[in-house]
Design a protein around this ligand. Structure first.
Ligand code: PMP
Length: 305
């Protein structure tokens, strides 16, 4: 494969039929988003948010991009912005992984850390404050921008449908942080086939299932407020997965399958296995593995193996 720039490597990630035993002879297919050049699903979002901003006249060649992020969106945005010679400032709660923050810096972004106790809301407030201070700045604001779900609606959904090569899709299982991935694919797959069950995954400590808000080790998913995008889509099931269960799947994916998946992928895998128990036999469950474990080594993702 010959390519002329890194953006050409975004998307068209492999979908793997996991060679594992799944309850009721069902199958789990996982989209391996770690194969994007910035190492996560958020590369799709980075290029899309900038293209959208340019198309709407909200960004020009001198604009500074500012965004609150848990990390992967920051990497995706910095990757896209660097190629367009745009300055990027990313506001990241300090608890998020060292590796992700290093990668953002390597891509040329400036990082402002906020107090982790203030959560993502603290990062959002800081990004808005910076935007008021910095002339010609633009905050794509993944948490509210319809371009966020649209990025996956336009890129990920057609890929999933084509990767499945005509096999039925019975359920889609995906985590929610901003909610963009889930909302985009739920909308697109329901348009494709309204019978597909849509299953959103959150870590224990996130509020979708009405549980009490608290910290969690699973990184990239978990919400402090209901994503606005969820108002427009149908959610069939909310799966709340403990850190222990998610990290157990991370370890097993490495040792049994040779797959280095991040903790949000571990949660998605656990939720997919639980869904297999609920769905009819021989169901095809499609899930998303947003990134790799290699960016969480400093968080001791494999524990003491
Ligand atoms: N997993 C990981 C590792 C992520 O970084 C993110 C984005 N924060 C997600 C899942 C959730 O994606 P979304 O923001 O589209 O809900």
């Amino acid at each position: 494969m010959l390519v002329k720039n890194v953006s050409a490597l975004i998307g068209n990630t492999p979908l793997i039929e996991l060679p594992i035993e799944v309850p009721k002879q069902s199958k789990i297919f996982a989209k391996l988003e770690m194969y994007n050049p910035g190492g996560s699903i958020k590369d799709r979002l980075g290029v899309h948010l900038l293209a959208d901003g340019f198309a709407k006249g909200l960004i020009n060649e001198q604009t500074t991009i500012i965004e609150p992020t848990a990390g992967n969106t920051g990497i995706g945005l910095a990757l896209a912005a660097g190629q367009r010679n745009l300055k990027t400032i990313l506001v990241v709660p300090e608890k998020f992984s060292f590796e992700k923050q290093e990668l953002m810096r390597a891509l040329g972004a400036k990082i402002i850390n906020t107090n982790s106790d203030l959560g993502i809301k603290g990062a959002i407030a800081k990004a808005q404050e910076l935007a008021r201070e910095i002339e010609n700045s633009y905050v794509p604001m993944q948490f509210a921008n319809p371009a966020n779900p649209a990025a996956y609606y336009t890129s990920l959904v057609p890929e999933i449908i084509s990767d499945m090569q005509g096999m039925s899709i019975d359920a889609i299982v995906a985590g929610a942080g901003s909610g963009g991935t889930f909302a985009g694919i739920a909308k697109g797959l329901h348009e494709f086939n309204n019978a597909i069950k849509t299953v959103v995954v959150e870590p224990a400590g996130s509020i979708l299932n009405g549980g009490p808000a608290h910290g969690h080790k699973t990184e990239g998913i978990g919400v402090e407020f209901i994503p606005p995008f969820f108002a427009e889509i149908k959610i069939d099931e909310i799966m709340t997965i403990s850190d222990e269960a998610a990290f157990k799947q991370v370890r097993q994916a490495a040792s049994k399958l040779g797959l280095f998946i991040g903790s949000s992928s571990g949660a998605a895998l656990q939720a997919s296995l639980q869904m297999a128990e609920k769905l009819p036999a021989n169901s095809n469950i499609v899930t998303i593995f947003p990134d790799s474990s290699e960016r969480y080594m400093s968080q001791d993702i494999y524990g003491k193996l």
